[in-house]
Design a protein around this ligand. Structure first.
Ligand code: GUN
Ligand code: ZN
Length: 427
C-alpha cells in the first residue's frame, strides 16, 4: 500500500557549495509518497493527498522531513569506548581501541555491540553508514547481519592490520586477502549491503599487505576502499619512518594501487600540495570527522579549500574517536571548525554534507541521501523545537535556515521524531 508522509520537506536540487542555499527545495507543507520502499512522488501535501486518497497518511505536522543522515566513517566496534579520556591518536589506539577490538574475538560480543550500535545510529536519525569492523571476520558478519535485519543500506569491511598492533589483533597479508575476499563474496551486493576493502592505515599494514589489498581492489573495482590519511602530525612522522621511500603519506597507498575512484580517506587534515593534487586527479573521496578531530586533538580540516578543489567530501562521526553518534552534533562541530578557518558554513551546506555529500563520497548518491523520486525511502523527521533552549530560538526564526540552525547546533537524538528505512517506520 502507498504511504504518504507529510511535514516540512527539505531536499536538494543542486549543490549548495556551488549554487548557495537556493540549491535546496523546501516546502512548509510537503509530502513524500512511498511505494515499495522508494519515493514515488514528492509534492505539496494537499495535492498528493487528493491524488492518492487510498494512501496511508502519516502526518508529522511541522517536523522537518529529510533524507536520513549518512555517516561516512564510523568504527562500530568502538561504540563501547566512546568518550574515553585524555589521549592522542596513537596512545588512544593502544590504550582504548585495541583492547576493545580484541574482545571481538568473541562473535557473541560482536553481535551484541552491532545491535547496540545500530539502535543508537537509528535513534540519532542515521540511516546509512560506512563502518570499519575489526580484524575478525565475524565482526563483519555481525555488522551486516544487524543491518540486513533492519533493511538498511550499509557499508563495511574487515579492518586489516599485520603490524604495530598487539598479539591477537594482527592478520597477515595472505589471511587479510583471503578473509576480505570471502567476506566480499558473502556480502557485497546482498540486499542493500556493500563490502569495503579496509586496510586500517599505513602504520598497521606492511607494504606487502597493502599490495595484496590493492590486488583485491583491482579484482573487485566496484567495491570502495577505505582507510585513514594524515590525521595527526605524529602519525605522519611515523609513516615517514616506516615508509622511507614514500613521497608522502598518500604515496604509501598510491604505490600499492590503493588510490583511485572509490577510495575513501578518513580525516585528510595535514595534506601536502602533491597529495591534494593526486586526490583530485584520482577522483577520491575525503571524509571529515570533526568531533573526532577536536576530541583527539588532530587539527582543522580545510573544508573550504578542499571543496573548492572539487573533491567529494563526506561527513562522519568517526565513533568512537568521535565523541558523538549524532550527525547533528557532527554538523555543529564542522561549523565550529570551519569558523576557526574563517568560513561560516551555511546550514544548507552542513545539511547537504550530512546527506548528499556523504552519499556522494560513498558513491551511493543515486540511491540515498536526498528526497527525490526513485530514491530509496530512508527518511528522518526532526522536531525543530526539541528542547526549551532550541524551541525558544527557532520560535523567532524568519526562515527555514534560522529555524534549522538551532537544531544543528544544539540538537541530539531528542530531535528525532521519526525514522523510516526503505519506507518502513523504525521509530
Ligand atoms: N587511525 C587508525 N585507526 C584509527 C581509528 O580507529 N580511529 C581514528 N580516529 N583514527 C585511526
Ligand atoms: Zn576512523
Amino acid at each position: 500500500m502507498d504511504q504518504l508522509v507529510i511535514g516540512q520537506t527539505l531536499a536538494f536540487a543542486g549543490d549548495p557549495f556551488v549554487e548557495g542555499p537556493g540549491a535546496a527545495r523546501h516546502s512548509t507543507r510537503g509530502a513524500v509518497l512511498i511505494r515499495q520502499g522508494r519515493i514515488a512522488e514528492m509534492g505539496e501535501a494537499d495535492t498528493l493527498r487528493a491524488a492518492h486518497p487510498q494512501a496511508a497518511v502519516t502526518d508529522m505536522g511541522s517536523a522537518l522531513l529529510s533524507a536520513g543522515f549518512i555517516d561516512a566513517h564510523v568504527h562500530y566496534p568502538q561504540t563501547g569506548i566512546i568518550a574515553s579520556w585524555g589521549k592522542r591518536l596513537i596512545d588512544w589506539l593502544n590504550s582504548y581501541t585495541f583492547p576493545e577490538e580484541m574482545r571481538f574475538t568473541d562473535p557473541a560480543y560482536a553481535a551484541e555491540i552491532a545491535e547496540r550500535y545500530f539502535d543508537l545510529a537509528l535513534a540519532h536519525g542515521t540511516t546509512s553508514m560506512c563502518s570499519y569492523a575489526t580484524i575478525h571476520p565475524a565482526s563483519v558478519d555481525a555488522f551486516f547481519a544487524a543491518a540486513q535485519a533492519r533493511g538498511m543500506r550499509a557499508l563495511a569491511g574487515k579492518t586489516c592490520m599485520d603490524r604495530n598492533a598487539p598479539d591477537g589483533l594482527r592478520d597477515t597479508p595472505q589471511s587479510a586477502y583471503d578473509d576480505s575476499r570471502a567476506l566480499l563474496e558473502r556480502w557485497h551486493g546482498v540486499d542493500r549491503l556493500s563490502y569495503v576493502i579496509t586496510p586500517r592505515f599505513s602504520p598497521t599494514s606492511t607494504p606487502e599487505q597493502l599490495m595484496v589489498l590493492g590486488q583485491l581492489w583491482r579484482e573487485h573495482p566496484d567495491c570502495l576502499m577505505q582507510t585513514h590519511l594524515s590525521e595527526q602530525t605524529d602519525e605522519i612522522d611515523w609513516v615517514k619512518s616506516l615508509f622511507p621511500q614514500a613521497r608522502d603519506y598518500l604515496d604509501t597507498y598510491e604505490a600499492q594501487g590503493l588510490l583511485g575512484e572509490g577510495a575513501v580517506y578518513g580525516h585528510a587534515i595535514h595534506l601536502t600540495a602533491r597529495e591534494r593534487d593526486r586526490l583530485r586527479e584520482a577522483g577520491a573521496s575525503l571524509v571529515h570527522c570533526p568531533t573526532s578531530n577536536t576530541f583527539i586533538g588532530s587539527g582543522i580540516f580545510d573544508m573550504a579549500g578542499l571543496v573548492a578543489s572539487g573533491l567529494r567530501i563526506g561527513l562522519a562521526t568517526d565513533t568512537g574517536g568521535g565523541s558523538s553518534f549524532s550527525m547533528l552534533r557532527t554538523m555543529a562541530a564542522a561549523y565550529e571548525l570551519a569558523q576557526l578557518r574563517g568560513t561560516a558554513l551555511h546550514p544548507s551546506q552542513l545539511w547537504w554534507l550530512a546527506t548528499v555529500g556523504s552519499a556522494r563520497a560513498l558513491r551511493i548518491e543515486d540511491k540515498v541521501g536526498n528526497l527525490a523520486v526513485g530514491m530509496e525511502a530512508d527518511l528522518v523527521a526532526l522536531d525543530l523545537g526539541s528542547t526549551p533552549a532550541i524551541a525558544q530560538r527557532s520560535g523567532r526564526a524568519g526562515d527555514l535556515w534560522e529555524a534549522l540552525f538551532p537544531t544543528i547546533m544544539m540538537g541530539d537524538d531528542r530531535a528525532v521524531a521519526g525514522v523510516w528505512i526503505g519506507g518502513k517506520r523504525q521509530l
